[in-house]
Design a protein around this ligand. Structure first.
Ligand SMILES: [Zn+2]
Length: 134
């Protein structure tokens, strides 16, 4: 599933090259280009901390806050309907990759009970979070 939302051209900073927000199974990608550059920012669903929608009279601004210390992704000038849909999709995505779904135990790996990363079953210490495993 990939959905793409394009900011309105009639809003600040979007006239020539509107920002595009793409929501995939893995996370969110923001495409923004200008005369001289093209930037693509990627936030994995696991690193999304929060989605805020601020609705003005006509347009909505979206801010996707990330965990892990990177800058939030901002996008201005989406329709209210799009903004709500973006928020809904991202929240569904968070639920599907986040702590809600129990990680799979399979073969000789298992999920660390502390950080949920996949580690070897025989591990005594998690290589991701360095905690001791029972
Ligand atoms: Zn761990």
């Amino acid at each position: 599933m990939t959905r793409e939302f394009v900011a309105s051209r009639w809003t600040r900073g979007n006239f020539l090259f509107p920002t595009r927000i793409r929501i995939t199974d893995q996370g969110v990608v923001r495409h923004k280009r200008s005369w001289f550059s093209k930037s693509e920012e990627n936030v994995h669903a696991r690193n999304i901390a929060n989605v805020n929608v601020r609705t003005g009279l006509i347009w909505s601004d979206i801010r996707i806050e990330t965990s892990g210390g990177s800058d939030p992704l901002d996008s201005h000038g989406h329709s209210k309907g799009d903004a709500r849909e973006i928020q809904r999709l991202i929240q569904a995505l968070q639920a599907s990759v986040g702590g809600a779904a129990p990680p799979l135990d399979s073969g000789d790996t298992r999920a660390c009970p502390f950080c949920a990363e996949t580690i070897k079953k025989a591990a005594k210490i998690c290589r991701y979070c360095s905690r001791e495993l029972a």
